[in-house]
Design a protein around this ligand. Sequence first.
Ligand SMILES: Nc1nc2c(c(=O)[nH]1)N[C@H]1C(S)=C(S)[C@@H](COP(=O)(O)O)O[C@H]1N2
Ligand SMILES: [Mo]
Length: 421
Amino acid sequence: MPREEDAKLSRRAWVATTSGVIAAGLVKTQADAIRLVAQEAPEGTQDPTRVPGRMVSEIGTRAPAEQPRRLIRAPALSSSSRSPLADLMGTITPADLHFERHHAGIPEIAYDRHELLVHGMVERPTVFRMADLVRFPQVSRIQFLECSGNGGGVYNRERMPTEVTVQRLDGLLSTSEWTGVPVATILREVGVRPGASWILAEGSDAAVMSRSVPLDKVMDDSLLAYGQNGERLRPEQGYPLRLFNPGYEGNTSVKWLRRIEVTDRPTHTRDETSRYTDPLGDGTVRQFSLVMDAKSIITFPSYPYVLPDRGWWEVRGLAWSGRGRITRVEVSADGGRSWADAELQGPILPKSTVCFRHLFEWSGRDTILLSRATDETGYVQPTVQQLWEARGLRTSYHQNHQRAWKIARTGEVTFGLGELV
Ligand SMILES: Nc1nc2c(c(=O)[nH]1)N[C@H]1C(S)=C(S)[C@@H](COP(=O)(O)O)O[C@H]1N2
Ligand SMILES: [Mo]
C-alpha cells in the first residue's frame, strides 16, 4: 500500500517538474519538457511507454526496489543466515535467499572430482561420481528444510525480546523443489546386508559434519539431492551433493556429502551428541528428536510493520510439519481464547510449507494474534506454556510453540510471547 502512494506522489512530482521546466523557460513545449525530464528522472519514474525498454540479458535481476536479503547476525566460520520469510510470497524460497548454516564455512568442490563412497554393511561397497548418480532415475519434490535451532533465540522466559522479525525468529526455514536420486535406489544398488538399521552420512567440509539417520527413514523418502529450484544445488546448500531428509531436523541433511556408511546402530558422532538434544522437564534428555513437529508463523502482520488503519486485514503465514501434511491452521485474535480456521492454499504437500490466510477485522484495540497448526497425525502445535512444562526453560532446539504478535493501539506490531506468560 505505501508503494501505491509513493507512485502517485512521484507521478505528481514529475508532472510538477515538467511544468516547472516550462515555467523556467528551459523549453517551450510539454513534449520537450517530458523528453528533458525523462532523461533526468530517477529510474522507474519515467513513462515506460515513451522510452524503449532494456535489452534481454543472460541472467535476470530483481527490480531495483526489491532487494530482500538473508540476515546474518555475526559472520563467522560457524555461522548462519536467515531467509526473509516475511518478504517472500508463496512457499518456494528463491535459491539465493535459502537460509544457510555452516559449521566450518562453504567448501569449494569440483563437480567432476566429487566422489561418494557407500560402504559398511553392504554387499558391494561402491564409489559413485556425480556422472554416475545423475544417470539413476530422478525425482523432484517440494519440501521444507528447517534447522532445529529455529526459534530458539527468543525462547527464554527471562529475556523475551519484543523487537523480533519473522526472519530473526524463524528464518532458519526454507522450501525448495529438491531434485536428486532416492537414497533407496543407491542402497539397493549396493545391497544392504541383513541386520543393518542406521546409516552414517559424512560431509567433505572442514567440519566433516557427520550424522546418523535411521535406515527406515532414508529408505522411505531421503534424497541424494543435486538440484534446487530448477538449477544445480548452490554451494551454500551443499554443491554438488547433499543428503536431504524430508521433515527431519536440518542438521541431518548433510551437505557436500562424501560418505555413507551402513551400520547397525547410531554412530554417536560429535555432531549428534554435543548438540540437538533436548533437556526435558524431568531432568532426562531427549536424543535423536529427528522429526520436526508441526509449526506455524504469521508473517503478516508482524514486527516491524505498523498497521495504518483499523478494519479488514488479511493475516498471512506459513505452516509446516515434518510428519506429513498440514490439515488445519487456526488463528486467534484474542490471545488464544477463541480460534477461527484459516484458509489453506493448496496443493497441500507433505513435509512442505503451506500458506494460510485469514481475514481479520482489527478494532483498533490492543490485540494478540496467534496461529496454531495441526498435522495429519492429529498433532497440534503446543502453547509456549505446554512446551515449558515438557522441556523446562533450558532447551534451545525444536522450539515449535505457537508464536504471538501483539498489535498495540498505535498499530505497532511486536513479538508478543511475553504478553502471554
Ligand atoms: N557438511 C555439512 N552439512 C551440513 C551442515 C554443515 O555445517 N556441514 N550444517 C547442517 C545444518 S545445522 C543445517 S540446519 C543444514 C542447513 O542447510 P542449508 O545451509 O542448505 O540451509 O545443513 C546441515 N548440513
Ligand atoms: Mo541446523
